[in-house]
Design a protein around this ligand. Structure first.
Ligand code: NZQ
Ligand code: ZN
Length: 386
């Protein structure tokens, strides 16, 4: 167990009929609010009307900034920063999934900076002041609703970089599982894959050989995510399944799994962000391609944790080498079962692009100080995704 300090400033309001509270919660932070949302799902499923009537009911002034796309763009963030400044915005309300919440965070940080917001993502500036954020989550995946992270794509340089600060944790996030009933099967699966990846990034990269508390917490989360994902793919309006999946995805990246692990890395995300930046691949779809190949690479370096993973998550009982190998294969076949891609070819990405992807990923590896990844290693992992 390593030393750690754990503080999570986000208040979570979880359950049915919680959306009407967004007006009251936001009014405590400001009167003029920027409402950030995606490309229209919330208008179709009625969440927009619920949120707007609650904000107006609390006497708030709303300025809208819709149109956030999956793999959110820096240009759209910059436009949001300008809109926030022009309108004297005092708080930012995000209604959507990870792309919307991350855009809201980038706007909240950029509006209070005296430099371009991308400086934060290049690691050149640290976040000192932000506009307060509240959030209504509509998709179980990224965990952005209860962390300080944000991931934005610079479409000019084709870089998708992530950064963050505890200042960017939403003050309040409303998690009503019924809002995810309308999430299509593909994004339900991609969200589950993303949450599994968040867990396994830490599970397999901690250098501490003895973390039984964290291991069983993470193993249990992976099992719950897989079970609840399969349940809601069968029954999209299964409340228990949607609630379990939503809360597991939040727990996967709110700091609780990593507490006590010491130094951990995010190498699968380092590579996946390049797929999203270069080919506009859905984040979870990119991860289900990268994960098995990266796991085989990492198992070659640290096999013990992989045999434990196979035994505890999939109940395997063979030799450690068998449990290592079969555990990875069983996870890969789970991705196939939920229709998340497992090869670069399925994503329409040609083998000759590997050097381009590796060079792109290396830029993020440098910012994230993932020193043990060079072009050759990334190329080797990409080769395993064919
Ligand atoms: O744009 P709309 O019309 O709202 O449609 C969205 C979008 O097309 C749709 N959707 C969302 N809620 C829905 C819904 N459709 C029907 N009913 C609903 N209730 O789903 C699509 C995907 O939305 P998006 O927000 O892109 O998905 P997700 O939540 O998986 O977020 C992915 C983003 O999160 C970032 C990723 O990089 C990616 O950009 N991440 C953020 C992290 C963080 N802040 O800590 C960590 C993660 O690793 C991840 O990198
Ligand atoms: Zn992710």
């Amino acid at each position: 167990m390593q030393n750690f300090v754990l503080q999570n400033p986000t208040t979570i309001i979880f359950g049915t009929d919680t959306v009407p509270g967004i007006g009251r919660e936001t009014a405590a932070l400001g009167r003029k609010v920027l409402l950030v949302y995606g490309q229209g799902s919330i208008r179709k499923n009625g969440i927009y009307d619920q949120v707007v009537s609650s904000l107006l009911g609390a006497g708030l002034d709303i300025v809208e900034h819709g149109g956030v796309q999956p793999n959110p763009l820096l240009s759209h963030v910059r436009a949001g920063i300008a809109r926030a400044r022009e309108n004297g915005i005092e708080a930012v309300v995000a209604v959507g999934g990870g792309s919307v919440i991350d855009s809201a965070k980038a706007i909240a940080a950029g509006a209070m900076a005296d430099h371009d917001v991308w400086q934060f993502f290049k690691g050149k500036k640290s976040i000192k002041r932000v506009l307060p954020i509240t959030c209504v989550l509509t998709l179980a995946a990224a965990g952005s609703e209860m962390n300080g992270g944000m991931v934005i794509t610079n479409e000019q340089t084709s870089h998708k970089f992530g950064t963050g600060s505890r200042l960017l944790n939403p003050r309040v996030s409303i998690l009503d599982p019924t809002l995810t009933y309308t999430v299509p099967a593909n994004y339900t699966a991609y969200g589950a894959v993303d949450a599994v990846a968040h867990i396994l990034e830490f599970y397999f990269t901690t250098r501490d050989p003895a973390t039984p508390v964290q291991d069983r917490f993470m193993e249990g989360l992976v099992i719950n995510i897989m079970e609840s994902c399969e349940k809601v793919l069968q029954q999209p309006r299964d409340y228990q399944g949607r609630a379990d999946l939503m809360w597991s995805a939040t727990l996967a990246l709110n700091g609780w799994t990593a507490a006590g692990l010491g130094m951990v890395g995010f190498p699968m995300h380092m590579i996946e962000h390049s797929l999203s930046a270069l080919y506009n691949i859905a984040h979870g779809a990119g991860l289900s391609v990268i994960m098995p190949a990266w796991m085989r690479y990492q198992a070659g370096l640290h096999p013990a944790k992989f045999s434990q993973f196979g035994q505890r998550v999939f109940g395997l009982t063979g030799s450690p080498a068998q449990c290592t190998r079969e555990g990875i294969e069983l996870l890969r076949s789970w991705f196939v079962r939920v229709n998340s891609p497992v090869t670069l070819a399925e994503l329409g990405i040609e083998a000759e692009d590997n050097p381009l992807i590796a060079d792109n990923a290396l830029a993020l590896a440098k910012i994230w100080r993932l020193k043990n990844y060079d072009k050759e290693i990334i190329m080797q992992i990409l080769q395993g995704c064919r």
